[in-house]
Write a protein that binds this ligand. Structure first.
Ligand code: PA5
Length: 305
């Protein structure tokens, strides 16, 4: 599948019905994953609050992991060192081991596993990796999935707006800075990583209200102030919207507002994700770099193996 077909596949992925059937009690949930796989742990951590849940994108597991923990490893390849390391540690603590993967060593280590289609870039399989978590912990109504399908399809058909943003970034050599807010802080981070991997550009992120306690200073007085292009997501939280407005007013910066056509959680989540898919893909085309190329990451993994 070429990369644009991978992007267009996202709307099919949100129909993925697999879930974990858990017929035992557990106290807490830990999700371990890196990069394009790990992001789904960050997304669910922001959304699901009924039980303690933490997402780890690092080596090591918390001290509280025990036989009452659901420990979920997420790795598209199934061979990511940090994730495998943590799964082995969680096994030693007798946690319930769950996995979402297209194969690899991870699938052999899990008590319960969901195998997803292979052959995609990990970051293009975000739907396949996120849906089993949502289906298990916070199911989405079919009608919402249908609406989201239509929304993503319309973006697949027309994304001139995203191409214009990519051109603006390219023509001005801008460094993108994405300013998110709950429950889409993780999506701001996903934008950053999509710029990194697809467009091979640096990008930075922060979120409201935290950035009002640090990044607000360089917003007004940064060295090379004109080299950054800021994005914010529209917010239906009046305090966050007020912060966005006042931050622009007092710093003199004007943010590019990415406005979702709906405030419904799932639709907005995938709208914002797909928006960045296309901006970063278009920027790769304009820069004449291959959006699928992650050879430096692969070389690093080989050297560490
Ligand atoms: O998007 C990518 O290719 C990377 O960020 C990978 O997701 C990351 O290196 C982890 O690999 P995997 O997703 O196979 O666990």
């Amino acid at each position: 599948m070429n990369f644009v077909d991978e992007l267009k596949n996202l709307k099919e992925q949100i129909k993925f019905k697999e879930k974990f059937n858990l017929d035992f009690d557990y106290d807490n949930i830990v999700i371990s994953g890196m990069g394009g796989s790990g992001i789904v742990g960050d997304i669910i951590q922001e959304h699901y609050t009924k039980k303690p849940l933490i997402a780890i994108g690092d080596y090591g597991i918390p001290d509280f992991v025990n036989e009452n923990t659901l420990f979920i490893g997420i790795s598209y390849s199934g061979n990511t060192e940090e994730t495998l390391n943590n799964i082995i540690m969680a096994r030693e603590r007798n946690a319930h081991i769950l996995a979402i993967t297209s194969g690899g060593k991870l699938s052999d280590l899990a008590d319960y596993k969901i195998i997803i289609p292979s052959g995609l870039q990990p970051r293009s399989a975000i739907g396949y990796m996120l849906m089993p978590l949502l289906n298990t912990f916070a199911p989405v109504q079919d009608s919402v999935i249908d609406e989201t399908y239509n929304l993503l399809e319309s973006m697949d058909k027309s994304h001139d707006e995203m191409r214009k943003i990519a051109l603006k970034i390219y023509e001005n050599s801008y460094i993108p800075v994405i300013l998110g807010a709950k429950p889409y802080k993780s999506v701001a981070y996903r934008w950053k990583t999509q710029f990194n991997e697809n467009s091979k550009t640096f990008a930075f992120y922060n979120y409201f209200p935290e950035l009002n306690h640090n990044d607000t200073m360089p917003l007004k007085k940064a060295y090379r102030k004109d080299e950054y292009l800021y994005f914010v997501f529209n917010s239906d939280n009046p305090r966050i919207q007020k912060r966005i407005d006042v931050t622009q007013e007092i710093t003199g910066e004007s943010f590019n507002v990415v406005s979702s056509p709906t405030e419904e959680y799932f639709q907005k989540l995938f709208y914002l994700i797909h928006y960045a898919d296309y901006v970063t893909y278009e920027l790769a085309l304009i820069r004449n770099v291959d959006p699928t190329d992650v050879s430096t990451i692969e070389e690093l993994k080989r050297k560490l193996a």
